[in-house]
Write a protein that binds this ligand. Structure first.
Ligand SMILES: O=C(O)CCC(=O)C(=O)O
Ligand SMILES: [Fe+2]
Length: 319
């Protein structure tokens, strides 16, 4: 892995000129095969949207505990809602994570046919009462990060030598989660991390941070590399699902968050495919002596396995 993560301007992916699109795709492909992490500029997400998101995150985490517990993730079978401080332990060998989180999924209406049919992960979002402005600010960023995630997939497809729009209809009702994160001040004095070492589960993660450092990427040779703060850029990384889809051609790299001395906010958008999409190793990623390493699985089964392995509250009855 190189010592510094690549910064990739992805505006060219929107160009009419195929050569411009291919040039960006080649850069993306190199990053996905190498570090598995890259910084993205030229993403087209207005700064006002990101500012609005962080304003909403600050207001949300500042609510009284009772208001946050009223929308606890324990009340949602669909991986939505609030996760309290130290309720999660991404690395089981370390103390619980020093963070609180709030998960938002695809914003479906209560009478959406898939919600009524109780399809897996198809539920309504939980919103704190009396704060309607939070919902619109958070959903504006959800939509913007989703669009960026789909744009990146056009680049991945070009790099992988498949149809440029291969992923389009596999990401149009995705199992996506926008996770707001708040790492309180005062970390760094003990062994607790903000978030323990883990890999992400989906295809790609689009991360916005408030400029406070803390995220570290595991080097293949050992040790940790701090992700630099580049104003206006998003940090993107490949998740386990795209690693599987590409037969390990793209790499899902472990990372962690130090418990920062100063308070830190971030927002991770995890883009997983549609629930019924079959994730089967792509034809161009196998060859003689390199068979498919994974059997096909649906997006919903895949995510369920991953979440059940991580979160005790999904296995045990809510307490
Ligand atoms: O807060 C961050 O910088 C990264 C968080 C993260 O890795 C995650 O939530 O999966
Ligand atoms: Fe992560």
């Amino acid at each position: 892995m190189p010592d510094s993560l690549p910064i990739i301007d992805v505006a060219g992916l929107r160009a009419a000129d195929p050569a411009a699109r291919h040039a960006v795709a080649t850069e993306l492909g190199a990053a996905c095969r190498g570090a598995g992490f890259f910084l993205v500029t030229g993403h087209g997400i207005p700064e006002a949207v990101t500012q609005g998101l962080f304003g909403a995150a600050r207001a949300l985490f500042a609510l009284p505990d009772a208001a946050k517990q009223a929308v606890s993730i324990r009340r949602s079978p669909h991986n939505r809602g609030y996760v309290g401080l130290s309720e999660e332990q991404l690395d089981p060998t370390k103390p619980a994570d020093r963070k609180e989180a709030f998960n938002v999924g695809l914003d479906l209406a209560a009478d959406d046919p898939e919600v009524l049919a109780q399809k897996p992960f198809r539920g309504v979002n939980l919103w704190p009462e009396g704060a309607p402005e939070l919902r619109s600010a958070i959903l504006a960023h959800f939509d913007a990060a989703w669009a960026l995630g789909r744009l990146l997939h056009r680049g991945f497809a070009l790099d992988l030598g498949i149809e440029e729009d291969f992923f389009e209809d596999k990401l149009d009702r995705p199992l996506a989660t926008l996770r707001l994160l708040h790492y309180p001040a005062g970390g760094g004095t003990d062994a607790a991390l903000g978030a323990g070492e883990h890999t992400d589960y989906g295809n790609v993660t689009v991360l916005a941070t408030d400029g406070v450092a803390g995220l570290e990427v595991k080097r293949r040779a050992g040790g940790w590399e701090e992700v630099p703060q580049v104003p206006g850029a998003f940090v993107c990384n490949i998740g386990d699902c795209l690693m599987r889809w590409t037969n390990d051609v793209y790499v899902s790299t472990p990372h962690r968050v130090r418990a920062p001395a100063a308070e830190r906010y971030s927002a991770a958008f995890f883009l997983d495919p549609n629930p019924e999409t079959v994730v089967a190793v792509l034809p161009g990623c196998t060859g003689t002596g390199n068979p498919a390493r994974y059997p096909p699985v649906t997006g919903a089964d895949y995510l369920r396995q991953k979440l059940d392995a991580t979160y005790a509250h999904r296995r045990a009855p809510a307490g």
